[in-house]
Write a protein that binds this ligand. Structure first.
Ligand code: DGJ
Length: 513
């Protein structure tokens, strides 16, 4: 059974008994139909993705209450196996981007049995109340039916993970203000949450002050999701996660303007407490700016949470962020809207799904796919670091043990970084698209790869010793073993280790003398 494991604060998604790196792709929302699949697989193959995220919608599997139809899932499993990729299923249930649009009509049109929440002014929201037992019961029943079918239909675990709901929360109302919800809100805040948040016991307002409304919504949505997840896991204990519609990662933002109650970075502790069966909380990143992107990664790459970029924009500038993600020990990365059904979600993502944008992502996946298992294993065991080229193309650096690592962008392959007479810079690529990942294999040994980047090492230890690149091997992995192809020396190392098209992997030995 696939499993998310943690060891000394490091994570691995174990698949078939070994760490697995998800080089993912998510299809468009309405692509999960038999008629569309021949427009999905060619894009997945072009991408060299090893994992595909596909929605399984409540309305599709239970159009009539109690009558289930898993014919699409069966087809999907067969085709995924033929295409030699793993699947992540996305449960589009009570919440899909905060709305019940993907619930069957017998749910989403029956506001008595499945009530929407009420806004502050008493008006009905479009979004479901997480406090309704009837909604939870119906959603959970459908999800359990899905997991029961999956257990029988997928003994070899083509499906390696399940996303429970999709971008939960509510826009335009911070919580449910219906009379029934208000009564709960005026009562005592749950002890477990008060303790986890180190708050003062009392009513929600007394315990959480100005955050009370948002915490209340986050708590009840997380409790709802917890119960759906736990019931599904009792049938088939796959790793399960939730994804987040983000709020501003740097500045304060009024919760009425984002998906309040969803797992935004400011309520991660609420969610962790409310939904312990959820293995990880993943950001959906549609912010192309490098400063914001790394701020989001920083929020979700935190103790107690494995980093997984569950969705990201499919415009070309997003492709490079796979390196920053992996450098933070991420277990996967997945651009959204990767199929040839003719839809493109510009301006969130690319204006067209075409060969050029697919290639931007494929270039990185082609480099990483052959070593995906190796990277996942090394990343689980050894210190790793990485960087994606910032918008201003400025260098990045870190310290790993006795050594510093520097990433520089827009450099020729020849010429020292401090040669001021080298005025021009390569015009290809035109915009930032570089990045690198580095793993420290032993005190003085590193695995390095990347694209459109120069990697340079320096000495961090204050011992004044001169140092050099003792040996730089280019090679590849075969069956978990490093295979030597050639030595880089002379021009190939005198001006840093310069990666261009992203086809080379190096094993670097540093030494003092
Ligand atoms: C985030 C959602 O999770 C996706 O399903 C999709 O709606 C994108 N936003 C926008 O294309």
């Amino acid at each position: 059974m696939p499993q998310l494991v943690e060891k000394s604060g490091r994570y691995a998604l174990m698949v078939d008994g070994a760490p697995f790196l998800m080089l993912g792709a998510q299809v468009n929302n309405s692509s999960a139909w038999p008629s569309q699949m021949d427009k999905v697989w060619p894009a997945i193959r072009q991408l060299h993705a090893n994992t595909v995220q596909v929605p399984i919608a409540w309305e599709q599997i239970e159009p009539v209450e109690g009558k289930f139809d898993f014919s699409y899932l069966d087809l999907l499993l067969t085709q995924a196996r033929e295409n030699k990729v793993r699947l992540v299923l996305l449960w589009f249930g009570t919440w899909k981007n905060s709305s019940p649009s993907y619930a069957p009509e017998w749910v989403k049109l029956d506001d008595k049995r499945f009530p929407r929440l009420h806004k502050k002014d008493g008006a009905r929201s479009y979004s479901m109340s997480p406090l309704a037992q009837s909604t939870l019961d119906a959603d959970r029943k459908a999800f359990v039916a899905l997991m029961t079918h999956l257990k029988a239909a997928d003994p070899d675990n083509t499906v390696i993970m399940v996303q429970v709901e999709n971008e939960t929360g509510t826009y335009g109302s911070v919580r449910d203000y219906s009379p029934a919800a208000q009564k709960v809100f005026d009562g005592p805040a749950p002890t477990a949450l008060v303790k986890a948040m180190k708050a003062r016991p009392g009513t929600w307002s007394q315990a959480f002050g100005k955050d009370a409304d948002e915490y209340f919504h986050a708590w009840y949505i997380s409790r709802f999701v917890e119960q759906v997840t736990a019931a599904g896991k009792a049938v088939k204990p796959l790793p399960m996660y939730v994804n987040a519609a983000l709020r501003d990662p740097i500045n304060d933002q009024d919760p009425v303007t984002y998906s309040s109650g969803g797992p935004t970075h400011n309520v991660l502790d609420v969610w962790k407490t409310g939904a312990p069966s959820i293995d990880l909380i993943a950001p959906d990143i549609y912010m192309p700016e490098s400063v914001k992107y790394s701020a989001v990664l920083g929020h979700y790459d935190r103790p107690g949470n494995a980093l997984f970029v569950a969705e990201t924009g499919n415009a070309i500038p997003y492709a490079r962020y796979v390196y920053d993600t992996l450098g933070r020990q991420g277990i996967g990365f997945s651009p959204f809207g990767m199929d040839l059904t003719g839809y493109a979600n510009y301006p969130l993502g690319a204006s067209k799904v075409n060969a050029e944008m697919l290639e931007a992502f494929a270039a990185n996946y082609r480099l990483l796919a052959p070593m995906a298992r190796d990277w996942a294993r090394i990343s689980f065991e050894k210190p790793v670091w990485g960087g994606s080229e910032p918008d201003d193309r400025s260098p990045q650096s870190t310290t790993l043990g006795d050594w510093t690592v520097h990433l520089r962008y827009g450099k020729w392959q020849f010429g020292a970084s401090d040669w001021t007479w080298l005025k021009d810079r390569p015009t290809d690529p035109a915009g930032p698209n570089g990045g690198a990942v580095v793993a420290q294999l032993s005190a003085d040994e590193f695995l390095v790869t990347g694209r459109n980047v120069r990697v340079e090492f320096g000495r961090a230890a204050k011992d004044g010793k001169p140092y050099m690149l003792a040996r730089v091997e280019e090679g590849h992995f075969d069956n978990g073993q490093w295979v030597f192809d050639r030595i880089w020396n002379g021009d190939q190392i005198d001006y840093g280790l310069n990666f261009t098209d992203g086809s080379q992997v190096l094993r670097v030995k540093l030494a003092t003398y």
